[in-house]
Design a binder for this molecule. Sequence first.
Ligand code: DP6
Length: 311
Amino acid sequence: PGQHGEAWAPVNIALAKYWGKRNAELNLPQNSSLSISLPELGTHTRLTLTEGADTVTLNGALAPEAFAQRLSRFLNLFRPDGLGFAVETTNTVPTAAGLASSASGFAALIKALDALFDWQLDYKTLSMLARIGSGSASRSLYDGFAVWHRGEKDDGTDSYAEGLPETWPDLRIGLVEVDTSQKPIGSTAGMQQTVNSCPLYTAWPTFAEQSVQTQLAAIRDHDMEKLGDSAEHNALTMHATMIATRPTILYWTPETVQAIHTVQQLRASGTPVWFTMDAGPNLKLLLPHTAAAAVQTSFPEVRILAPFATA
Ligand code: DP6
């Protein structure tokens, strides 16, 4: 008791999405995925071993019950007999903004556990363990681009993410918040429902693997058009499977559709910008820094971030 560890992890935005599990207990995915981390946004977690039951705070206040329970269940995997954890988490992510805070949250948590117990595990192993907390957390161990390999094994030991060495100083990510209210269904339940009832889903895993390959080539060549086009097509295809699920999973609001049209109009008038979306109504934009001014004019509220150090 009293021993502590702390860590920070960034949020990540999937450009080739994880949607569907082949094992829901271990969060083993149906397909590989690829993401970019945002170094300015993420979660800081401080863990202390205690004598009593677990306590969880989020941004200084007592955390919601569901959130605390999800963390405690994960911590059970590593809990010394009879001890509890005091978990203090601080998000630099607006929790409701549709930026998966579970990804940075579980990545920071496993790093804090590694520090607390002085495991000194490598990032591959930490990624595999973070995955058990939340699939997308496997990618939040890394700055920059990361690929989460689907893996083949039933025990999940080959399903972890790796960081890519490539940097891309000219790349920008724009955050467009169209709606910050609670989403209709979370990604865990949503993807399960899609796998179980969407007739289009059978096409998804193969398509998603192709997206990863296309994007790896685009990243290698710094081909913005190829990366943006693939990310947008991947997101739209994932949302098509969501929409064709029973009951339907429609995250889009009228403002979402309006923002999609604005992106298309910008592109038609020569501004290179693409979008991606996760399990929510908000858009994330991909653009080269040269398009930042034009994008800012059409989306006055957009927050444009650089994933890599700029010159
Ligand atoms: C649409 O990682 O939140 O953001 O493994 O059940 O915790 P669990 O799901 P989660 O799903 C993320 C889904 C997504 C796409 C992505 O991030 O790849």
